[in-house]
Design a protein around this ligand. Structure first.
Ligand SMILES: [Mg+2]
Length: 308
């Protein structure tokens, strides 16, 4: 069994680090846990990303977080001093809308999610249900009595929904009981990266609830599905070998990079720990070898001194 080598970037010589920095001309970066946590920039990540751009590298922000539209991410980037255009942001909410558009979808979408998804559907002219609380405050028979399924629904999208509830799971699964109803999930991340004693449920939690009840698997548009990158490679003519994928979560970011033939950089400011990496490294399972990054750093800002 071939065991992949994983290099701590700062153990290399200055020349080797420069060689690494010259080995890519496109940078794809995850956002939560790499660039920021909530509304706080992770130490100098913005300076590194802006510097990449000044050096003439193409930069794309790829996030599985479906809570915001691309417009909203562009505003957040500006506020946190990351230079970027809306077109350089690829969010899972955008991909979900883009996927339905490419399917020629012309019915209405039932959403378990938030305004990130509704705004992206509005942008492509696809009808959808409202988002927000849908609370169960009666008995199940009474709840069912009060629900009228909308015959126009032809797809269910599940994304991050902090108002997920019994009625929403019931409605989504009832629509999905029709085999012609499309089932799209933005992503399946288990948790949000957050420096805290609390564990914040991620979209994967919500998708699992609907998937279990409906007895069907969704089409997942976010990382590690290569759907994102096939489009990027085609539209922007990028060379996978000269592309760097940066992430904090190996089972989405790094796995996507491995599948697409990109170089991969793990930063330890989010979900995956060095212990995880060392365990996978010992493993004889190809699935776990595929999670391993080429190089890793404690944080993205550590690159700044080498980008002067
Ligand atoms: Mg992340």
């Amino acid at each position: 069994m071939y065991h992949k080598s994983v290099t701590y970037l700062l153990q290399l010589t200055k020349d080797e680090i420069n060689e690494f920095l010259n080995s890519f001309d496109t940078v794809l970066t995850d956002c939560d846990g790499v660039l920021w946590l909530n509304n706080n920039v992770i130490d100098k990540a913005n300076l590194v990303m802006n510097r990449f751009r000044e050096l003439g590298k193409k930069v794309f922000f790829i996030t599985n977080n479906s809570s915001k539209s691309r417009e909203e991410y562009a505003i957040k980037c500006k506020e946190l001093n990351f230079k970027c255009d809306k077109e350089e942001i690829i969010s899972s909410a955008y991909l979900a809308a883009d996927y339905l558009k490419n399917c020629g979808f012309n019915k209405k979408v039932y959403i378990v999610g938030s305004t990130g998804i509704t705004q992206e559907l509005d942008n492509v002219g696809i009808k959808h249900t409202d988002v927000g609380p849908d609370v169960h405050c009666t008995t199940v028979p009474k709840l069912i009595e009060g629900i009228k399924l909308d015959q126009e629904i032809g797809a269910v999208i599940v994304g991050f929904d902090e108002h997920i509830s019994f009625p929403k799971i019931l409605k989504a699964s009832s629509y999905l009981n029709n085999p012609d109803c499309l089932f799209v999930a933005t992503n399946t991340d288990e948790q949000f990266p957050l420096n805290s004693e609390f564990i914040i449920p991620g979209t994967g939690t919500m998708v699992a609830a609907v998937q279990t009840c409906a007895g069907r698997k969704p089409h997942v548009v976010g990382k590690p599905n290569t759907y994102i990158c096939e489009a990027l490679v085609k539209e922007h003519n990028i060379n996978p070998k000269r592309t760097l994928m940066i992430g904090d979560r190996c089972n989405t970011d790094i796995l996507l990079g491995t599948r697409c033939g990109f170089q991969t950089l793990l930063v330890l400011t989010g979900v995956t720990t060095l212990n995880d990496v060392m365990e996978w490294k010992q493993s004889d399972s190809q699935d776990e070898q595929d999670l391993l990054p080429d190089v890793y750093l404690d944080k993205l800002g550590d690159l700044l001194p080498f980008l002067k």
